[in-house]
Design a protein around this ligand. Structure first.
Ligand code: SAH
Length: 221
């Protein structure tokens, strides 16, 4: 049975409001991010059996060994991305459930999101169109080296961790553009890094330890 945009109980607006309160208590300040996260039905992006946990601050399984990121991390990455200017065009690596893409699409003009696992991409497409978000282009591709055809991007967001950030991705950033990525080994500590491109250099900031699934190569049909 299809879930509805306005649910009851654990999938209701009250559950989302509580999630927003917790995000604020954890240090998320940007009202634009808080508003969008408070309005986005995260329970639609997870399996119905897990919908009652959708507004807890945890990552949840979405199949194929992958997870929908924790709300705090989604908020943190989004906040860092739009902190200086609102980027017009954003590239996401790792569509997964489509939740991060849905948040971004309500804040920026255009989102291009790449996913290597076809069935995940299909499900994400369905939910995103059900939500009426039409400024997202989804591609089934190994996105390790980005999507040069649509470059440059004002923002690039990785939701799976590479050991190091490929130069090819950095070169797809526009001047002033920002890239946010978890970097590091699957079994070791990963750091969330923010890289800003300027005329003279790439500036790197470390935003703290995180845990993400690894960026993998190849495509799954
Ligand atoms: N942004 C997602 C998080 C999903 S987890 C969400 O909000 O739900 C990370 C995703 O990255 C997984 O779906 C995984 O299949 C995908 N992924 C891993 N390596 C990839 C690659 N090289 N290219 C594209 N997607 C990749």
């Amino acid at each position: 049975m299809r879930q509805h945009l306005t649910g009851i109980g654990m999938t209701s607006q009250r559950a989302r409001d509580r999630m927003v309160q917790r995000l604020m208590a954890s240090g998320i300040r940007d009202p634009r991010v808080l508003e969008v996260m408070g309005a986005t039905p995260r329970h639609l992006f997870v399996d119905e059996a897990l919908a009652h946990q959708a507004y807890e601050n945890i990552a949840l399984p979405i199949g194929f060994g992958q997870t929908i990121s924790q709300p705090y991390i989604v908020a943190r990455m989004t906040e860092a991305l739009i902190q200086r200017d609102i980027p017009q065009r954003v590239l996401e690596l790792g569509t997964g459930s489509g939740y991060q893409a849905a948040i971004l699409a309500q804040l920026v003009d255009r989102v291009i999101s790449l996913e290597r696992v076809r069935p995940l991409q299909r499900r994400a497409r369905e939910v995103l169109s059900q939500m009426g978000l039409h400024n997202i282009s989804l591609r089934h591709v190994d996105g390790t080296l980005g999507w040069p055809e649509h470059a440059p991007y004002d923002g690039i967001v990785l939701t799976a961790a590479p050991r190091r950030i490929p130069d090819a991705l950095l070169l797809q950033l526009s001047m002033g553009g920002r890239l946010l990525a978890p970097v590091g080994d699957e079994h070791d500590t990963q750091s969330l890094v923010c890289i800003t491109r300027t005329e003279r250099a790439f500036f790197k900031e470390n935003l703290g330890p995180v845990t993400f699934v690894p960026l993998l190569s190849g495509e799954i049909l």
